[in-house]
Ligand binder design. Structure first.
Ligand code: GLA
Length: 394
């Protein structure tokens, strides 16, 4: 269940830390998971995204060591690993630790004099639900390593280091969105991220709505092979469009009007893949304008169009996600609903009137279960701050 008592949770992490590594001071660091409001499969096309950091997160209790050893215990998996900064390799028997190891590996490259650490990791981001538990682990590891070494990295550099760990060490070809929002999130706001310049702008979420995530509980099975295929399709579309239009380096550089004039150059399904990305970038801009104008119906229309495009043009949805979106959209008080993240399972994101939340949660759970036979989970989250050190209250 969703963590409702952060103070108690931090104390539990400290207790576990002392039990494993002995008494003495440790420091606490946290990094959030994320949900993306709109801008799906645009990040690796140098485009725009509008995610927010959520209050489901990863906490690390850590203390520096005098040597180059690293000990990490995961409360979620109930097991620990130890290795040296001088020989960081993947661990096929404990793949959860590869996200930590990858960040340690690149951190050590950047700061070769780094000290090791003892650490306990405890996460509330549901694993495999598309809320970026892996980015949260990476970013939490990066802030903990900086903290125990008395160093401070630029947030964007830190996000790039974490993405590199996932791309090159773990071997998953993700874009920059998840790590960037986990690093730079702002309480009360979504972030408009330009995935080319890595600049971000806070876009406040109006007080009278909440963001709800409905977990289909469908595991994201095809996700990584199809994800890589979509990336390759986008690259191929760029190559073809770039021959006709000089200066096109990514689909980000193609406006909808320019795309329509040249779409005949692209064979199916490249035309539909590119169409999704080109219009999705524009939908992000329209959604930001709608949020700023408090036009939530306008935001809802963009979200519906995004889901439809992901379903029919980008083809990364699935029956469970489609059912969840349809069910949510029928509930009074739901102003917008779409799949979120890579697709093929995981969560939907929903904009729900604050006063309608209890009915929304009950209706979605009941109807989704009746239709699919699967019991879903619903998480409601305020937009949270990005990664950093935290202190137990009292
Ligand atoms: C996954 C990746 C992100 C992004 C989304 C799709 O979550 O990790 O980088 O590409 O899919 O928008």
């Amino acid at each position: 269940m969703h963590e409702r008592n952060p103070g108690a949770r931090l104390r539990t992490a400290v207790d576990r830390f002392e039990e494993l590594y002995g008494p003495g001071t440790c420091r606490l660091f946290r990094a959030p998971g994320r949900v993306n409001l709109i801008g799906e499969h645009t990040d690796y096309n140098d485009g725009f995204v509008l995610p927010m950091a959520i209050d489901l997160d990863v906490v690390i209790a850590a203390r520096p060591r005098d040597d180059r050893g690293v000990r990490v215990y995961s409360s979620n998996y109930g097991e620990g690993v130890r290795f040296s900064l001088d020989a960081v390799t993947r661990d096929p028997r404990r793949p959860w630790s590869d996200y930590v190891r990858g960040v340690v590996f690149f951190f050590n490259q950047a700061f070769p004099a780094a000290r090791g650490m003892d650490a306990v990791i405890d996460g509330t981001v549901p694993i495999g639900s598309g809320l970026s538990s892996s980015a949260a682990v990476e970013t939490a590891t990066a802030v903990a390593l900086q903290g125990v070494n008395g160093l401070s990295m630029d947030r964007r550099e830190m996000a790039l280091l974490c993405q590199r760990a996932e791309n090159e060490f773990v071997g998953a070809r993700c874009g920059i969105m998840d790590q960037l929002v986990s690093a730079c999130g702002r309480r009360g706001a979504a972030l408009l991220l330009d995935c080319r310049s890595l600049e971000s702008q806070a876009v406040p979420i109006p007080e009278d709505v909440v963001i709800a995530m409905c977990d289909t509980k469908k595991r994201r099975e095809l996700a990584s092979s199809e994800y890589n295929r979509r990336r390759a399709e986008c690259e191929e579309a760029v190559r073809i469009l770039g021959e006709a239009v000089p200066g096109v380096k990514a689909l980000r550089d193609v406006a909808p009007e320019a795309f329509e004039a040249r779409r005949h150059l692209l064979p199916d399904p490249l035309d539909r893949r590119a169409e999704h990305v080109v219009y999705e970038n524009r939908r992000v801009q329209t959604s930001v304008a709608a949020l700023r104008a408090r036009d939530l119906a306008g935001l809802g229309r963009e979200m519906a169009a995004s889901h439809e495009s992901l379903r029919t043009r980008y083809e990364v949805s699935c029956a469970e996600l489609d059912a969840m979106v349809r069910i949510a959209a029928e509930v009074a008080g739901c102003l917008g609903a779409r799949m979120t993240g890579g697709g093929f399972g995981g969560c939907t994101v929903n904009v729900v009137r604050r006063d309608a939340v209890p009915e929304f949660v009950a209706a979605v759970k009941r109807r989704y279960r009746a239709e699919t036979g699967i019991a879903p989970a619903v998480y409601v989250s305020a937009p949270s701050d990005g990664a950093g050190e935290v202190f137990p209250e009292g």
